[in-house]
Design a protein around this ligand. Sequence first.
Ligand code: IMP
Length: 203
Amino acid sequence: MKRLLVATSNRHKVEEIAAMLGTGWQVESLQAHPQVQLPEETGSTFAANAQLKAEAASRHLPELWVLADDSGLEVDALGGRPGVYSARFAGPGANDAQNRARLKEELAALRTAGDVGPWSGRFCCALVLARGGRMLECCEGRVEGRLLELEQGAGGFGYDSMFVPQGHEQSFGLLSAEIKNALSHRARALAALLPKLQALTAS
Ligand code: IMP
């Protein structure tokens, strides 16, 4: 089995990536490597932040294949926010529930101002593969959809319960993991990266 370190301590991201990769990979997270500290996410794009994380983790563990995910939600009526600030929308150290509460406040403010939706948006994901401290590949994926002011379902993580992907009537918080992993931003980025990863690790 080939080892792949996913440079995150977000267990949901690791579970999704491991499920999508299937057998043949031993997927590890930073929980198995507590000595690795990720840098501050100072980039202005998902790709720049994914590169920062992948290269930093890869410098610590140069013998491993390292994959970093940077992802988030863009809401058109909010000018693309929260974007790269999705994990800290409600402030530094905010948790998912606090970030969703902030998004609900912003959607309520839009409604009060006369914009009653539907509010379009998308989840975006950049995946960067690194080895020996250097980025080898970067692939991106998106899933378009609409935002809900009222949460629907308790599955998934982050903003899943407030996002209905195009072509569906239910949020990612209600849809099964199988459906999410077939069409999500992360699934699409990984589908683009997978052939490159397989080619690089074939020998
Ligand atoms: P990152 O760890 O800096 O990439 O932050 C990602 C943030 O974007 C998470 O904390 C979530 O709030 C949000 N996010 C990214 N991907 C998803 C997803 O698949 N579902 C729901 N929220 C997500």
